[in-house]
Design a binder for this molecule. Sequence first.
Ligand code: SAM
Length: 281
Amino acid sequence: MTEEKTVTEWGNPATGLTLKITGVLHEEQTPYQHIQIVDTLQYGRMMILDGVFQTSVKDEWMYHEMIAHVPLMLHPNPQRVLIIGGGDGGCAREVCRHACVTSIDLCDIDQRVYDLSKEYFPSIASALLNPPEKLHVHTGDGIAFAKQFEDYYDVIIIDCSDPVGPGEGLFTRDFYRSAFRALKKDGILVQQSESPIVQQPLVHAVYEAMGDVFPLVRMYYSHVPIYPACMHSFMMASKKYDPLKDEARTDCPQPMKYYNRDIQKSAFVLPEFVKECLRGN
Ligand code: SAM
């Protein structure tokens, strides 16, 4: 029996989530990050990158349903989708469920995340294990990948790690400008944008930076228990559609475990402290 070990998430030094490890399954340093795969008592199997909880079999569907279906349902006819990061395959699994989507480019910088996700997280990486024809998996820096396209994608989803190491460049105006170019004239960008409770300066910075590039930026949020303070934000930058005004599609794939038609709108209804955070107060 593994000695009673716990793993505390990197997060904000003053906060963390401590979980009891029941087994260390794999650990390695890749050219991009330190990867740990552990079994935990409370959240089952979990991937940790550079000491930061990334995904767990117990709650991954909350995050992956919300990062994928909210933008895809707002767009009237999303056909071409780009996912940057997302090497565990969870976001791709959800995007593949939309029949209207005809082509998905998935670009993670670290091949080892793909490999280990297929080996240790078959339920999350199901689309990687049995890729539909429309799913094209690439290994490389998403920043360089996006630069190859102009007026091409309907939706771009940045399912990235935290703004440290390889993920840092994905939180910049330069990158948002290349994403803007890669999107069609009514395209939508969504990026995971951390916790509006314990990472407010970053949430505000992402909101400001996207606002300097896109005509419309809206934040929405979801519960993600393994993320700091459980409230996790997603920043949506849109060239045309407004999630607060425009009607979303109604043909969402079923079944869902978190997302529903009411959450499509209510996720954008923000508490006052979050509005203050976006204003930079
Ligand atoms: N989808 C998971 C979840 O449930 O939140 C976490 C995100 S996923 C594991 C984060 C991925 O972003 C990692 O696999 C990492 O390799 C990838 N990544 C970081 N920087 C990148 C970059 N510049 N280009 C492509 N992928 C990058």
